[in-house]
Design a protein around this ligand. Sequence first.
Ligand code: DX5
Ligand code: ZN
Length: 223
Amino acid sequence: MAQISPSILACDFARLGEDVKDVCERGIDYLHIDIMDGAFVPNISFGPSVMKSLNKVATVPYDVHLMIEKPDRYIEEFVTDNTEFITVHYEACDDLKATLDHIHSCGVKAGVSIKPGTAPEVLDPYLADIDLILVMSVEPGFGGQKFMDSCLPKIRYFATAGQTQVAGLQQGDTPCNYLIEVDGGVGSANAHLVKEAGVDIIVAGSAVFKAADRSAEIASIKE
Ligand code: DX5
Ligand code: ZN
C-alpha cells in the first residue's frame, strides 16, 4: 500500500480547477506540483500564482517539486496553507543543508530529489534533515515519459538506509524520519515494482489524468 500524489502537469490546463477538484474526490493523498524554470530542465510549466489559485478547490496538501536553479530564491512563493512538502533538487543547490534549513524555517517539510544519473549515497550526510526523498524515475522536464527501472535499487537503498540508521542510533543522534517518493512513468501496470522496493508515495501524472476510470487507476496504484 502506498500513498498517491497525482501530478497536475498532466491536467488539461484549460480546465485545471475542474481536474483538480475531480481527483481530490477520488481518494488521493497529495497533489504534486511540478515547477520548471526552463534552465534546470528544458521546459517551463507554471508559477506560484497558478498553484495558489488552486487553494480554492484543492482539498489535499501540496507536494511541490521545484525543478529550478538556485531554488532558495523562490521558496517563500510556494508556502501556502496547503503546502506540506517543498522539494528541491540535489543537483540544483549550492548548499543543500542551508536550503533544507530555509524550507524548514518557513514551516513546511523539506524534500530532496535526485535525477536518474545521481547516486543515492550523495544524500547520506543529509538524511536526518530530510522529510521526503524524491527519486526520479525519468529525466525531469516532461510528463508522459517511460519509467526507468534504475530507480528501484535507489528506493531500496533509502528504505534500508533509514532502517539501518534507526537500528544503529546512539544517544543524542537525530533519527531519520523521511518518506520515499518516486516520480515519472508510474501507473497501475508497474506500481507494484516501486511498492515492492519500499516506496511510500507514488507520483502519477498521465496514468491518473488520462485514465478512462480515474478512481480505478488511483485505487490500483495505491493498493
Ligand atoms: C517530470 C515531473 C513528473 C511528471 C510525471 O519532470 O517531475 O512529476 O509530471 O508525469 P508522468 O506520471 O506522466 O510520468
Ligand atoms: Zn515531479
